[in-house]
Every structure is written in C-alpha cells, then in structure tokens.
Design a protein around this ligand. Structure first.
Ligand code: NDP
Length: 292
C-alpha cells in the first residue's frame, strides 16, 4: 500500500509518484495509464516537459475520479514574474484539462533575476488563496536561495523537489527543508540521471545496492525507492516500460534495515549530475511554453 505524506498545509499526497520527464508526448498517455492501472496516484509533470496535455488525457481516460489522482506540475522560468506566472497556471491547467492543480512548483530558481522568481511565487500564493492550487512549492532551491525566498514571501513551500539518489543526496538541502517543515521530494530517485546523463557510474549497477537487492529478492531500483520512503522522502520514478512501471511500484512488501540504509547513504559522491541551479538563466534556458 502506498504511504501518504501530510504536507505542511495539511494536504496529503502519496509518497511514491510517477514522473514523465523525457517521456515523449506520444508515449505519455500510455505510460500514465499504465501507472494509474498499477496503483500510482501521483503524477509529476511540468510545463517544460511538453506532455501535460497527455497526462490530463490519461487521467480522464482512467476510471478514477479526479480527486483520487494528485497532479503535480511546474512553471517554467520563461513564465516567471507575477502576471506571467498566473498565465502560466492557466496554460498548465488548460492543457491538463483541470480546474485545480494539487501541487504547483517553481521549476527552478532564477537566481540571476530573483525578482521574477519572487513575483512567480507570489502568483502561486494568490492561486493558493483562490483555491486554484491545493499546495505550492519549489524545485532545485538550495538552502541559501530558499532563505531568500522565505524572507520575501508569506507561504512556506510545501515541497522542494531536488536531485536525490544514492550518489548525491544533498543532505544539506534535506536538512534545510526539514527545518522549515518542507517535504523533500526526490527527482531522479533511482539515479536515472547517472545513466542517461552520461556519468561513468550508474546507480543501477552499483555493487552495494545490487548486494542489498539480492538479499531481499528485489531489484536495485526497488531498493533505491525503499531507501527514499524509509527516510521520509517522496520519490517520483519515471519509466516508459510497463514492466518497470509495475516493478517500481512494488516496494511496499519489504523493509531495509538501518544498516542497509546507512550503506546506501555511504555511497554519496558529492557530485551533482543535474545542472547547477545557479546556472539556470533566461539567456540559456528560456523556452516558449505554448498556450493551452
Ligand atoms: P529516474 O531515477 O526515475 O530514472 C529514470 C531512468 O531510469 C529512465 O531512463 C528509465 O528508462 C530508467 N529506469 C526506470 N526504471 C528502471 C528500472 N526499474 N531499472 C532500470 N532502469 C530503469 O530518473 P528521472 O531523471 O527520470 O527522474 C524521475 C522524475 O523526476 C522525472 O520523470 C521528473 O518527473 C522528475 N525530474 C524533475 C527534475 C527537476 O528539475 N525538477 C529533473 C529531473 C527529473 P525507461 O523509461 O526506458 O524505463
């Protein structure tokens, strides 16, 4: 049974969700449909992924009530600024085909243009007050940037979605989040980015994780997801393959020991595989988010 986590505004969400970054639009509806079929009830997409429409289609085509699925999406930096972000919400909600988004995040901090970041976050606060979103949060916010945001706004983010996998767990970020009652949600939770990102070593091939997996009769992916859940994080694994979508959700029938959790913690390399959040600028990462 998937566990639910209560956010700092008393909204609950499933701990384990399903991600669709890099899932081509043509494959998104089928993979989300498969995820819903096997039991996932949280879908994480983003305006910048270009597949919100297909996520919405799959949810509507399922026999689930809208209230049973927790929809999470993210505003892209090109839509930062107060008015722009309000319009960004309309674009995302329109493509998803929903009136309300369960969790809306700022995808990246725009540290080079922080006023726009603050403006966008204030728009999220307005959307929250108006009941258009049920919770709001951020992604890729490092502790210092988070402090700057908190100092300039009123609502503490419910979630900070950041790169966390056994090779890079950002314990400083997790600590800062926890100190403010913010849930850390792991992106690339199985370290997918260590495979497709071109690193020398992939988490999936790590011998320690492999050994622990063999001991439990589970896969490395399942062990990594269990590591997140037992440490209180939300995780949003992605796959387009039905057998992996199913297996990645089959993580509620075993427990890692404290020693096994510590062995996975010890795989920390201190090396980030994703982009440095400070390097995200409009000059290099702007992209037009189409209208709904
Ligand atoms: P994941 O850790 O989820 O790994 C996904 C990769 O691993 C894919 O290449 C997938 O390929 C493969 N894979 C999936 N399951 C298995 C398995 N059981 N065994 C072996 N390989 C497997 O990393 P992602 O980077 O995709 O992150 C997950 C989600 O996090 C994204 O979809 C997105 O929602 C979010 N995200 C957010 C970011 C942000 O900046 N906020 C940045 C990056 C991700 P295949 O599909 O072929 O199975």
């Amino acid at each position: 049974m998937n566990e639910r986590i209560t956010l700092n505004n008393d909204i609950t969400m499933p701990a384990l969700g399903f991600g669709v970054f890099q899932t081509p639009p043509a494959e998104t509806a089928a993979s989300v449909a498969e995820a819903l079929r096997v039991g996932y009830r949280l879908i994480d997409t983003a305006a910048a992924y270009g597949n919100e429409r297909e996520v919405g289609e799959a949810i509507r085509a399922s026999d689930l009530d809208r209230s049973e699925v927790f929809i999470e999406t993210k505003l892209w930096i090109s839509d930062y600024g107060y008015e722009e972000a309000l319009h960004g919400f309309d674009k995302s909600a329109g493509k998803l085909g929903v009136d309300t988004i369960d969790l809306l995040l700022l995808h990246q901090p725009l540290t080079s243009d922080f006023d726009k970041t603050i403006g966008a976050y204030k728009a999220l606060e307005t959307l929250l007050a108006d009941g258009r979103v049920r919770s709001i949060g951020v992604s890729n916010f490092m502790p210092e940037v988070l402090e700057r945001l908190l100092a300039a706004t009123d609502v503490v983010p419910a979630v900070n979605q950041v790169e966390v996998h056994p090779f890079f767990s950002q314990s400083d970020v997790q600590k800062a989040d926890a100190g403010h009652g913010i849930l850390t949600q792991a992106w690339s939770p199985m370290g997918g980015i260590t495979s497709y990102g071109g690193s020398d070593r992939s988490t999936f091939d790590d011998p320690v994780i492999g050994e622990i997996a063999a001991q439990h009769g589970k896969t490395p992916a399942q062990v990594m997801l269990r590591w997140h859940l037992q440490q209180g994080r939300s995780a949003i694994p992605k796959s387009v393959r039905p057998e992996r979508i199913t297996a990645n959700f089959d993580v509620f029938d075993f427990e890692l020991t404290d020693e096994e959790l510590a062995r996975i913690d010890a795989l920390e390399t201190g090396v980030r595989s994703g982009p440095d959040p400070d390097s995200i600028t409009l000059a290099s990462f702007a992209r037009d988010i189409p209208e709904a």
